[in-house]
Design a protein around this ligand. Structure first.
Ligand code: UGA
Length: 480
């Protein structure tokens, strides 16, 4: 089928590449000319495993091409809108890019088109889109609007697209359902040339769930908010573990064995980040508020997450005492491993707080250095983790990149000013590093007896609150 994808961000690029991979004829439209010429040269503007290879192959086979939004609108029978919906100051999603694309479709397209909203949008956006297309249509356009939320995780988006647990579509008539079934049939049957696995293991057929448009829209926000709630929940349990001398890993393992709870998203740490959870939780709170529902449960989820960095810094202060003049090594800048994305990354608020307190920071990340430089110009960026740690008073593990698991710990100890590791992701085993002479501090696994350093629990909380502004300012680079 001829398919258009509008917007070449994480979601759009993955969608375009994977739809081409499963045999469709895809045109991806992008309005940013610089990004467009990069893509036309087959260079990816983001780091995402497998993406470059799939795009290159699909372009050579002439199943994928890049061009302007206008050209894309002229191409497909189905148009997937994948433009950015960044947060406004009040937490609402900014739908101006989506509205502009809808207006262009209404004015330029003729005949029948299926318009699919794939960007994460507030409930009832589908209804607005229908209205907008009808108001601005000038060429006798006949159309349907469907919602098809994405559940792609950065760093494994290709795999998530091709081997999903579920495909959700929101429709209000049989025709768009039929078209979307046809588009996704190779994935439902798991019948395509898999670019990820050399001998692709048999994956189970995903559930193809057909619901009302508004329900599909809610499924996306509710899913992300629920996952964020799980993370904040385990982070609070970690606080409690620290207070009473329990081990959060053991507690999470025990909880996760209950199939109603499950083990996923129970990893404690310095908090969730990225361009999805923080903005989606905020947007969901606003959606509920506007509909007269008080979802203050999610406000607490946000607050717990924002407190994570303050608590982590408090742990560091407990170890190094005075922060001014200390050299702190930060390992990991991306909001999670296998991506170069630093939007709303905990590393940014953390580093800003360290700088504010007079520490100097040397950082290393295998992928996110260039993007971090745009938001954090005043720190040293290093070629490897050892260079960052040289002469430092502490190493902070902020992103759990696999390479940090297996370091030459003796070498590391010999080059640091003081052998101290604070593990913000609980990725190391205490014995592994303490046996080499390190002091090792992690999350929810060390007993903290208040008051520490003369700070009461309330003061710790107060300092965390002061970090919230810096946290909410931490996304300035828009990549969608
Ligand atoms: C998330 C969802 O997982 C996807 O299903 C969804 O499609 C996507 O948002 C989106 O809305 O587009 P993503 O933001 O790529 O995907 O990242 P996750 O892997 O979900 O991690 C989010 C954050 O939570 C990261 O900062 C991660 O470090 C943190 N996290 C995750 C924890 O702190 N603990 C955990 O146990 C799991």
């Amino acid at each position: 089928m001829r398919i258009s994808v509008i917007g070449a961000g994480y979601v759009g690029l993955t969608t375009a590449a994977c739809l081409a991979q499963i045999g469709h004829d895809v045109f991806c439209g992008e309005s940013d000319e610089k990004k467009l010429s990069t893509l036309q040269a087959c260079v990816m503007p983001i780091f995402e495993p497998h993406l470059q290879r799939i795009v290159k192959n699909a372009c050579s086979a002439e199943r994928l091409r890049f061009g302007s939004t206008e050209q894309a609108i002229g191409w497909g029978d189905a148009i997937f809108i994948c433009v950015g919906t960044p947060p406004l100051a009040n937490g609402d999603a900014d739908l101006s890019a989506l509205e502009a694309v809808a207006r262009m479709i209404a004015k330029q397209a003729s005949g029948y088109r299926l318009v699919v909203e794939k960007s994460t949008v507030p409930v009832q956006t589908g209804a607005q889109l229908r209205k907008h297309l009808s108001v601005h249509s000038t060429n006798g356009l006949k159309y349907d609007v469907a919602s098809n939320p994405e559940f792609l995780r950065e760093g494994s988006s290709i795999e998530d697209f091709l081997h999903p647990d579920r495909i959700v579509i929101g429709v209000d008539s049989p025709r768009p359902e039929k078209i979307l079934r046809e588009i996704y049939q190779p994935i439902v049957d798991q019948r395509f040339d898999c670019p990820v696995h050399t001998s692709c293991p048999r994956h189970s057929r995903p559930t193809f769930l057909v619901v009302e448009t508004a329900s599909a829209e809610l499924i996306k926000h509710a899913s992300n908010s629920f996952l964020a709630m799980k993370i904040s929940f385990i982070n609070m349990v970690a606080n409690l573990c620290e207070a009473v001398g329990a081990d959060v890993t053991e507690v999470a393992t025990g909880m996760g064995l209950d199939p109603r709870i499950g083990p996923a998203f129970l990893r404690p740490g310095i908090g969730f980040g990225g361009f999805c959870f923080p903005k989606d939780v905020q947007a969901f709170i606003r959606i509920a508020e506007k509909s007269g529902c008080d979802f203050s449960l999610l406000r607490e989820v946000e607050k717990i997450n924002q407190d994570r960095i303050g608590r982590f810094i408090e742990k560091l202060r407990g170890e190094v005492w005075v922060m001014r003049g200390k050299k702190i090594a930060v390992w990991g800048l991306a909001f999670k491993p296998n991506t170069d994305d630093v939007r709303f990354a905990p590393s940014i608020a953390l580093i800003r707080a360290l700088l504010d307190e007079g520490a100097t920071v040397s950082a290393y990340d295998p992928q996110a250095t260039e993007k971090s430089k745009l938001v954090l110009p005043n720190i040293s960026y290093c070629e490897n983790p050892y260079e960052a740690a040289e002469g430092s008073d502490a190493v902070l593990i902020v992103t759990e990149w696999e390479q940090f698991r297996d370091m030459d710990w003796r070498r590391l100890k010999s080059i640091m000013a003081r052998p101290l590791i604070l593990d913000g992701r609980n990725m190391l085993e205490s014995k592994q590093v303490t046996s080499c002479g390190f002091r090792y501090v992690s999350i929810g696994r060390d007993l903290v007896l208040p008051p520490q350093n003369g700070l009461s629990a309330n003061e710790v909380h107060y300092r965390s609150a002061a970090l919230q502004k810096s946290w909410s300012d931490s996304s300035v680079v828009s990549l969608d």
